[in-house]
Design a protein around this ligand. Structure first.
Ligand SMILES: NC(=O)c1ccc[n+]([C@@H]2O[C@H](COP(=O)([O-])OP(=O)(O)OC[C@H]3O[C@@H](n4cnc5c(N)ncnc54)[C@H](O)[C@@H]3O)[C@@H](O)[C@H]2O)c1
Length: 254
């Protein structure tokens, strides 16, 4: 159920160019999660149409009601499909809905400790999901992908901030799933240069959306994020390292 607090939230204002981008469809995997909900809201406010696929393993549909509400008139451009990327039939179903311009891939299990005690769960979920997704994307000629990797691929860096050429040194199964996914993507791009792939290697984002304490809420939120820190996702201590291949011009590390 949506709380009273959230029903009182005023829709955000959108920018003037947003209408022009209507009909550009973005698929966001794991879009009901912490980073996903914030990203989806921003995409909607920029005028994109968004489909989310999420199995709600670590999230809840209620968060999407909040996103729709905050997006005001753009909320109707959001569709949600409850589905598991590890089931190829669920991925195929989503690609029958629209022709996507790009996919932002957030879906995955992310708890380092759990990945040590349940490695097969992590390898299975985080790798099969990506393979299914990229296979179906390729068959549908959608080759623009943003992947949510992690700064965990650097292990314990001796100094921060890391530059993207810092040696990769994963220390746990979660980190290895991120590095394997990156390797899969590098190989796919090597085999077919039409792919444009961005790997985002961020540290832990903290904080909440400016509209309220919790845009995304679910059982996992409190465990992995810092609620009530008074910082938003945009101005949080959020260091991002962004690797892109397919178009090397926009290399960026902050
Ligand atoms: N939060 C962080 O500190 C952080 C830092 C670096 C990288 N990342 C990565 O960013 C991504 C998003 O992180 P988050 O904090 O929003 O996590 P989150 O757990 O809040 O969101 C991930 C979403 O993916 C969904 N999901 C998992 N497996 C799925 C599957 N097989 N099919 C469909 N949906 C599935 C979950 O239900 C959840 O809603 C993850 O891949 C995570 O590894 C997170």
């Amino acid at each position: 159920m949506v709380s009273k607090h959230w029903l009182e939230v005023e829709p955000m204002e959108c920018n003037g160019e947003a209408q022009e981008r209507k009909q550009r469809w973005i698929l966001v995997t794991g879009g009901a999660g912490y980073i996903g909900t914030h990203t989806v809201l921003q995409l909607l406010m920029e005028g994109y149409c968004v489909v989310i696929i999420d199995n709600l393993d670590n999230s809840c549909e209620e968060a999407l009601h909040r996103v729709r509400k905050l997006a005001g008139e753009f909320g109707e451009n959001l569709k949600f499909v409850k589905g598991d990327l590890c089931k190829v039939e669920d991925v195929l179903k989503v690609f029958k809905l629209h022709r996507f311009d790009a996919v932002i891939h957030f879906a995955g299990l992310k708890a380092v400790g759990e990945s040590v005690s349940k490695p097969l769960r992590y390898y299975s979920n985080n790798l099969i999901s990506t393979i299914n997704l990229m296979d179906v994307m390729s068959k549908n000629n959608c080759k623009n992908l943003v992947f949510s990797s992690s700064a965990t691929v650097y292990g314990q860096p001796e100094c921060v901030p890391c530059t993207e050429d810092y040696p990769l040194h994963v220390m746990n199964p979660y980190g290895r799933t991120k590095l394997f996914n990156e390797d899969i993507m590098r190989d796919v791009h090597h085999a077919d240069s039409e792919w444009k792939i961005v790997l985002l290697r961020y540290f832990n984002p903290v904080g909440s959306h400016p509209s309220g304490p919790r845009l995304h809420s679910c059982h996992g939120f409190g465990k992995w994020s810092y609620e009530g820190s008074g910082q938003t996702l945009h101005n949080s201590r959020h260091r991002m390292c962004n690797l892109q291949f397919g178009n090397r011009e926009r290399h960026h590390c902050a």
